[in-house]
Design a protein around this ligand. Structure first.
Ligand SMILES: C[S@@+](CC[C@H](N)C(=O)[O-])C[C@H]1O[C@@H](n2cnc3c(N)ncnc32)[C@H](O)[C@@H]1O
Length: 249
């Protein structure tokens, strides 16, 4: 999905809003983004975070990193967030935006973030299945997809529990700024048909025919095929801190 990621997920408006949500809890220094993707949020963070000295990003996808390179020259590394080839206590902040639902090992990912943070450093994550404000014809037509979504490992409660077990203090959890989604029925049917979301990637033909094909048909039967429906969605912002160590600087 690298090539269409930015345009299909809210573009610059989404990235700027996410960066502002994160920057409100960060105080510069050296930052690391886990799952940096196309670098669209990283680019906005470099504008929004004051006194930033260095910004590094990691991602598991070569295609995403290829798109991120012009936005974050020099600071990118291809690796999994649960195995960071980086020294201990190097960063003042670690950020993760819509990544915690994808990592195969959430415990190891948060443990790695903890390890590379300096004591007193913060991890700020934007995560969780978004909450919606309204039930329109698009949401009704796509209801059949909900059964296919895996149980969310990145709910507010799950992330808080894993983070605290890792040793983090959970300073705050709150709604992120709304993301404004604009999809027409035709555009959404096309994105679903091309498996643009990760929960669709590994479905076999039988599940596809039973659950996904009827949703695509329902979307294509809606009136005003090319009129975008506007929906607001709220994910969660979680602010974690590696505790300071009394007696150590
Ligand atoms: C939904 S995208 C979000 C990208 C970016 N944070 C943003 O908001 O624009 C998730 C990203 O996480 C990356 N990713 C998935 N699993 C990962 C892992 N285990 N380690 C590092 N990156 C991972 C994907 O390749 C993808 O670029």
């Amino acid at each position: 999905v690298a090539a269409e990621y930015d345009s299909s997920r809210g573009g610059q408006a989404r990235a700027t809003a996410a960066a502002r949500d994160l920057a409100a809890h960060l105080s510069g220094g050296e930052l690391l983004e886990l799952g940096v993707g196309t670098g669209i949020v990283a680019e906005a963070l470099q504008r929004e975070v004051a006194q930033l000295h260095r910004f590094a990003g990691v991602d598991i996808s070569a295609r995403m990193l290829h798109l991120a390179r012009p936005r974050l020259p020099g600071g990118l590394l291809r690796t999994s967030a649960d195995r960071l080839p980086l020294p201990d206590r190097q960063f003042d902040g670690v950020v993760a935006v819509h990544v915690l639902h994808l990592v195969t090992d959430l415990e190891a990912t948060l443990a790695e973030a903890f390890r590379v943070l300096r004591p007193g450093g913060r991890m700020v994550a934007l995560h969780g299945e978004p909450r919606h404000d309204q039930d329109d014809d698009l949401r009704r037509a796509t209801r059949g997809l909900r059964a296919l979504r895996p149980r969310s490992q990145d709910s507010a409660a799950a992330v808080r529990a894993v983070a605290q077990a890792t040793g983090f203090d959970c300073l705050e959890q709150h709604d992120a700024s709304p993301r404004i989604a604009r999809h027409s029925p035709a555009d959404l049917a096309d994105l679903i048909a091309r498996r643009s979301w990760s929960f669709l990637w590994s479905l076999d033909d039988q599940l596809w025919q039973r659950h996904v094909q009827p949703v695509i048909a329902a979307l294509l039967a809606l009136p005003e095929q090319d009129r975008p429906r506007v929906q607001s969605e709220w994910a969660t912002v979680t602010v974690l801190q590696r505790p300071t160590e009394p007696g150590r600087s």
